[in-house]
Each structure stands twice: as structure tokens, then as C-alpha cells.
Write a protein that binds this ligand. Structure first.
Ligand code: SAH
Ligand code: SF4
Ligand code: F3S
Length: 452
């Protein structure tokens, strides 16, 4: 080990929650590495521990506090050995709870909300010098412009499939959701910035980019031709980057699913045939109470248009059961919608009352036992659909992007166009290559394949 590495400070970063946090964590790690830190996966060795947190449901937020309890003991053990440890909480719990975190967990030295990461090296320095730092301002300046670009080596270390946040924040204010409060107003990054970052990623070996946003399809910006572009046009522009084999995007809101984006699915072969389009509920009454701004009929019409544009596209979704006022009949309508759409995959959750959101104060909160029962029934149906979607893939010849080593020796994991993991023999190629395979078996969560 070089002297510089031996002397450098070590950072341990744990990420909770959504893909935007995964992306933010990578940007924070890059900035800290360029400030002299080295990432470590051994928390006992860490001079700095950052917990990049999620506030979306109560369980997610509470998990952070139990983790801090454990980390405090490690911090104490280090102190006995004469070594310090700075603990920082970033992400959506940091934004939502601010200084309360330090009041509740005094081992924490630093609290930094999602819009402050461009100041992180500085905030960390102050915390290491003994200050209790709480930074939760929403600044006008954009953090991504100010954070240092990742180096080619940093991209390479992360693998061939990567995230790129193009839009952040949300103006929709669904009545169950904390995101507009924790991430702030909807902001789109510029075409120029996105193209620069994408080119840098590809130069660093990335072959698949997933564009991210809390409402990614609300992205808009001034295009290279001077016109106002939507996500569809941005995808066309990105498709011109040589060696960028695949594009994806997530998460979309039904209301922002415009013709330009559907056209991109029709014409762009590099745009993978997969659409994550959360609906949350199959009841118009509940959708209205959730402030979703569309009906079930409108949702189904979008799915039909997308399927017409890209036959065979995999549809995925998010569902909440037990939103206030949800009756048995409303829930049956959710099951009916799921049967009608036939999802390739989906996430489903019990409604969680979040402080400060309108849903938390609504009357007719649903009993926990009822939520449990509904979630079980919904998940049984969704799992069945996922399994049968996977089974329909057996015998098909498809291109997969090889991503990384598998769990077993001699295996590689690739990704199908429909986002399934595909296990293949490592003689088929190397990570970063797109290879043609024939799917041989299907399990609930993965497929296996051989050379076609
Ligand atoms: N922007 C996306 C969702 C982001 S949050 C959209 O509009 O669909 C990710 C998912 O978490 C949501 O789709 C929803 O299903 C779930 N979720 C959000 N708030 C929740 C809450 N209070 N309780 C339970 N699930 C929630
Ligand atoms: Fe939350 Fe609704 Fe915004 Fe999605 S659209 S992030 S669910 S407020
Ligand atoms: Fe969680 Fe914040 Fe993402 S609340 S889901 S980490 S935007």
C-alpha cells in the first residue's frame, strides 16, 4: 500500500431507499474520494460513516435509528483505541428531521439534506473539527453542477450499468408521499449536463444508463435544436452516443406519459422494452383521495398505447394497500386492475402514515390487520404474474448485457431487455458485452440461458 493510501481517511457509506439515493451516494463518494477519502466496506475501519437515508415509510426511517445505535458502539470502541469516528446522516430522513436526529441520537455529528451534497467535503471537515453540523437548506444553485464529475476510474469501479439522475424533486403532492417535502420542487438538469455526464460514463465503460427522477417523465429542457424537449427527445439524443448500448428510465407518473416518450419506445431499439408506471390503486375514489390526477380508464389507455408502440413491453408498477378510506370494494378494484394489466413485476406496500402529509390526518385509517391481509392477497397475485411472465421467456432468443460475476464460480449475471437477471456460463463473454442467448429455465426472480 502506498504511503498516501495508508494515511488516507476511510469512509463507509450505507444507502437506503430508492435508486436516486444510490446515485447520490455514488456522487458523494466520488466527491469525498477526490477530497482524500478511500471507501471501505469495513465499518470498524471508518473515520467517517455516512448513512444516506429514506423517509418514504415509517419502517425505512426507523431502521436508521437502530443502525445508529449499533454504529455508536463501534464508535465507542474506536474511541477507546484512540481513533475517532464521525457519523453523518444524509438523505430524506436528514431533510425531514434535521436537528431532531442529533437530539435523539447524540452520536450523530452531521445532518445534511439531499440538496446540500455539493458542500459535503466542507460540512464533513467542520463536523470532524467538533461542530454539530445541520444543513437542510434548499438552495437555488444546483448541486449536480457543483459536484465534481466522476473520473473514468470511478465509473469503471461501478460497473457497466449505471444510474444518471436527470430530474429531481416533485411538485405533485400525492397525499401519502413525503418526497415533495424531502427533495423539494421539481428540477430538470440541462441537456448539456446530462449529455456530458453520459459521455463520461460511456468513456468509463458504462454500457447501460438508467435515467432517474422522482418523476422522470416530467423532465423537460431546451434541446440542441432550441426547442423545448421532453424525455422522449432526450432519449433520442442519448441514443446517438456510440457504445451506449441500452437506455432505461424510472420512475414515471401516468400524467406525464406523453406522445414523445411513447414514440421513443416505438422507434428506439436501444430503449429497453420495460416501463415502470406506478398506479397505486385500482379505485378511482382512492386515486382521487391520493391526488393522483388521473382515472383508471386513463391509466389503462396509456398502457394500451405503450403496448401498441412496443409490443411485448414489460409493465411494472407500485401499489399501496390500505390508504385511508379504502374499502373491500376499492381493494377488489385494485385486484381487478392487476388482472387486466398483467404485470411483469411490481412493488406493493402497506400504507404508512407519514408526518406532515395530508393522508396522515385523514379519517377512516385502515386497520393494520386489514392492510396485512390485503397486501398478502395482492402480492400473491403479483408474484403469480411475475412467475408466469418469466415462464413465457423460456425458449426465447434474446440479447443480454453481461454485468458481473455470478454467485457461483464460472457464472456471469446478465440483464434481459425486460430487466430480469439472467445467469449464464462465463465462457459466453465479459461484463460490458451484449450477447445473444436462449433462455432455458425460469425461476421467480431469475432466468438461466445458454449461447444462442
Ligand atoms: N414518484 C413515484 C413514486 C416514488 S415513491 C410515483 O409517483 O409513482 C415509491 C413508492 O413508494 C410509491 O410508488 C408508493 O407506492 C410507495 N409509497 C410512497 N409513500 C408511501 C407511504 N406513505 N406508504 C406506503 N407506500 C408509499
Ligand atoms: Fe411522491 Fe406522488 Fe411525487 Fe411520486 S408523484 S414522488 S408518489 S408525490
Ligand atoms: Fe426514500 Fe427519499 Fe427516495 S424518501 S424513496 S430516499 S426520494
Amino acid at each position: 500500500m502506498s504511503e498516501q493510501l495508508a494515511n488516507s481517511k476511510k469512509v463507509f457509506l450505507k444507502t437506503y431507499g430508492c435508486q436516486m439515493n444510490v446515485y447520490d451516494s455514488s456522487r458523494m463518494q466520488d466527491a469525498l474520494e477526490q477530497d482524500g477519502y478511500v471507501a471501505t466496506s469495513a465499518i470498524e475501519d471508518a473515520d467517517l460513516v455516512l448513512l444516506n437515508t429514506c423517509h418514504i415509510r415509517e419502517k425505512a426511517a426507523e431502521k436508521v435509528y437502530s443502525d445508529i445505535g449499533r454504529i455508536r458502539q463501534i464508535k465507542e470502541a474506536r474511541a477507546e483505541a484512540g481513533k475517532s469516528m464521525t457519523i453523518g446522516v444524509t438523505g430524506c430522513v436528514a431533510q425531514a428531521e434535521g436537528a431532531e436526529i442529533i437530539a435523539r441520537a447524540p452520536a450523530v455529528n452531521l445532518v445534511a439534506g439531499p440538496q446540500t451534497y455539493h458542500h459535503l467535503p466542507d460540512l464533513v471537515r467542520r463536523a470532524r473539527e467538533g461542530e454539530r453540523v445541520v444543513e437542510t437548506e434548499f438552495e437555488i444553485e444546483e448541486k449536480f453542477e457543483q459536484l465534481p464529475a466522476a473520473t473514468s476510474t470511478q465509473h469503471r469501479a461501478r460497473g457497466v450499468a449505471a444510474f444518471l439522475t436527470v430530474q429531481e424533486g416533485c411538485d405533485k403532492f400525492c397525499t401519502f408521499c413525503v418526497v415533495p417535502y424531502t427533495r423539494g420542487a421539481e428540477v430538470s438538469r440541462s441537456v448539456e449536463q446530462i449529455m456530458d455526464e453520459a459521455r463520461g460514463m460511456v468513456a468509463g465503460g458504462v454500457r447501460e444508463i438508467t435515467l432517474l427522477g422522482q418523476n422522470v417523465n416530467a423532465w423537460h429542457g431546451t434541446g440542441a435544436d432550441g426547442r423545448e424537449w421532453g424525455l422522449g427527445e432526450l432519449l433520442f439524443e442519448l441514443s446517438s452516443i456510440p457504445e451506449l448500448e441500452r437506455l432505461r428510465y424510472t420512475t414515471s407518473h401516468p400524467v406525464d406519459m406523453d406522445e414523445g416518450l411513447i414514440d421513443a419506445h416505438r422507434k428506439l431499439q436501444c430503449l429497453m422494452p420495460y416501463l415502470h408506471l406506478p398506479v397505486q390503486s385500482g379505485s378511482n375514489k382512492i386515486l382521487k383521495a391520493m391526488n393522483r390526477h388521473h382515472t383508471i380508464a386513463e391509466y389503462l389507455a396509456i398502457i394500451e398505447r405503450v403496448r401498441e408502440a412496443r409490443p411485448g413491453i414489460a409493465i411494472s408498477g407500485d401499489f399501496i394497500v390500505g390508504f385511508p378510506g379504502e374499502t373491500d370494494k376499492d381493494f377488489e378494484e385494485t385486484l381487478a386492475l392487476v388482472r387486466e394489466v398483467n404485470y411483469a413485476s411490481a412493488f406493493s406496500f402497506k400504507y404508512s402514515q407519514r408526518p406532515g402529509t395530508p393522508g396522515a390526518d385523514m379519517e377512516a385509517q385502515v386497520l393494520e390487520s386489514v392492510k396485512n391481509e390485503r397486501l398478502q392477497r395482492l402480492q400473491a397475485l403479483l408474484n403469480e404474474q411475475q412467475e408466469s411472465f418469466n415462464k413465457t421467456c423460456v425458449g426465447k432468443t434474446v440479447d443480454i448485457l453481461l454485468e458481473k460475476q455470478g454467485k457461483r464460480q464460472g457464472q456471469l449475471i446478465g440483464r434481459s431487455p425486460w430487466l430480469q437477471s439472467v445467469i449464464v456460463d462465463d465462457t459466453l463473454g465479459a461484463p460490458g458485452e451484449v450477447v445473444r442467448v436462449k433462455i432455458t429455465t425460469a425461476a421467480p426472480n431469475s432466468l438461466t440461458a445458454v449461447a444462442a
